[in-house]
Design a protein around this ligand. Sequence first.
Ligand SMILES: C[S@@+](CC[C@H](N)C(=O)[O-])C[C@H]1O[C@@H](n2cnc3c(N)ncnc32)[C@H](O)[C@@H]1O
Length: 228
Amino acid sequence: MKSTLDSSKKMESIKEKQVKSKQRVADHGEVFTSEREVNAMLDLVKQETERIDSRFLEPACGNGNFLVEVLHRKLDQVDKRYARSQGEWERYAIIAVSSIYGVDILEDNAQECRERLYRVFEQQYEQQFRNNCKDECKRSVRFLFKRNILWGDALDFTNPKTKEPIVFSEWSAVNGRLMKRRDYIFKFLVEKTHQFSLFNDQGDAAAIDEPVKDYPLIDYLKLGEDDK
Ligand SMILES: C[S@@+](CC[C@H](N)C(=O)[O-])C[C@H]1O[C@@H](n2cnc3c(N)ncnc32)[C@H](O)[C@@H]1O
């Protein structure tokens, strides 16, 4: 009898985590994936989840069950390889963070996903470097999650409220401490249409694989420095 009660309690807590409300399930099909399933699925592409700079985009990311695990796996690699040098650890952790993307139609999910991802980073950073952690590094990571985890409708590629197109930033590490940011319109990346309906910074027609905005190189510890 006791074990039946224990297992039904356990099931209840799993259900609690997987469903926020019946209304949300009905409106948005929101049923979160359990940790065991997340890991089983990620194991199918294990090598990619352990490659620090492999790009992951989840177009219905919920509160981040998959992305959180991807970040854990990437940061474990950063720990293994770069724990001896704080500068190297920070650089590769930033590369790991900058390659994780998500979209969700519910604003609170996108927000929760960002916060969970940030906490994973912060916990691992503080575990490694305790009082030596840099505020600038934390700010850069917060900014990257703000830019990469977006509130949006992955079917019509817009923000549900403003109807502005979803714009993702591509981040590339350039020798040493520098990062390059290029912004792309999500819809054109996915549909590969409207080839010449975009215009680049110079006012010229831009091909779909051209960015809508190209930023100057920036030190990775200065990301988000001007963000309000
Ligand atoms: C089945 S849940 C999966 C969540 C997460 N991927 C997981 O496995 O835990 C589906 C998610 O898709 C989101 N969603 C539904 N329609 C969407 C749309 N058109 N664009 C983006 N997200 C959407 C819901 O808000 C919900 O968080």
